[in-house]
Design a binder for this molecule. Structure first.
Ligand code: NAD
Length: 249
């Protein structure tokens, strides 16, 4: 028996082969969920869904575009009739210093993480409200909690802090409808966002700040997403869960 048997889960930005979204999709599928992978490229989204086995679907969706989010949700609801889980995972980062952030940098980073989380949530909330059940899981970051970091600039920290505020506000508003909203704050996780961007010295410096002494894996984050998506966390809403090897201790 899987923790998500019979559930229909939508995961944004899940086409990246080594990404957190793909690992989450794989674990959810192993636990019985049917998965919709939404990403920028239709072919990559479809290929990622096919990797999970038969019955899953991949669709093109740009989460910065409200109409694109609505169109994807409408397509999925027409076919499956319900959306039980939404993971707002799509995100981009730019390692810029504060004085180097141009308006287009600010817009690009905040658009995907913050606008995307709002727009995709707005597209599924009516269905979840109608079901009187649902779980939304938002990807924030340790960068929101302590600022900066090697991979994300201040605009990334601001966007991910905004995701935490949005998570709590949505959780409060949707709690009477039994729709739960929680956030995950990953620390340093080995994915394409981080791959090849550290010299050995920088890596040693990063690991020195992690009490558990290792970088996280996509599976570490997926396990937390499974907890928040499933009934194991039935009474949790408005929370943020750190997946960072103790980086904030
Ligand atoms: P990744 O780069 O591997 O994957 C991100 C995915 O988002 C890609 O498939 C990309 O195509 C997609 N995407 C980008 N813009 C999009 C848009 N407008 N619409 C739809 N999809 C879009 O990233 P990852 O490392 O797997 O990170 C996943 C999430 O976790 C992100 O929100 C990231 O900020 C967050 N996070 C990652 C880490 C880490 O160490 N990897 C740490 C903290 C937080």
């Amino acid at each position: 028996m899987g923790l998500l048997d019979g559930k229909f889960a939508v995961i944004t930005g899940a086409a990246s082969p080594r990404g957190l979204g793909k690992a989450t999709a794989r674990l959810f599928a192993e636990h019985g969920a049917t998965i919709a992978i939404l990403d920028l490229d239709a072919g990559q989204a479809a290929a990622a869904a096919a990797d999970l086995g038969a019955g899953h679907v991949g669709l093109a969706c740009d989460v910065t575009d409200r109409a694109s989010c609505q169109a994807a949700a409408d397509t999925l609801l027409a076919r499956w009739g319900r959306i039980d889980i939404l993971v707002n995972n799509a995100g981009i980062t730019q390692p810029l210093k504060i004085m180097d952030i141009a308006p287009e940098n600010y817009e690009a980073v905040t658009d995907v993480s913050l606008r995307g989380t709002l727009y995709m949530s707005q597209a599924v909330i009516p269905a979840m409200r109608g079901q009187n059940a649902g779980s939304i899981v938002n990807l924030s970051s340790v960068s929101a909690q302590r600022g900066g970091g090697i991979f994300g600039g201040p605009h990334y920290s601001a966007a991910k802090a905004g995701v935490l505020g949005l998570t709590k506000a949505m959780a409060r508003e949707l709690a009477p409808d039994q729709v739960r909203v929680n956030a995950i704050c990953p620390g340093f996780i080995a994915t394409d966002i981080t791959a090849g961007k550290l010299t050995p010295e920088m890596r040693a410096q990063v690991l020195a700040g992690i009490p558990m002494g290792r970088e996280g894996t996509a599976a570490d984050v997926a396990g937390c997403a499974l907890f928040l998506a499933s009934e194991l966390s039935a009474y949790c809403t408005g929370t943020e869960v750190d997946v960072n090897g103790g980086s904030l201790i």
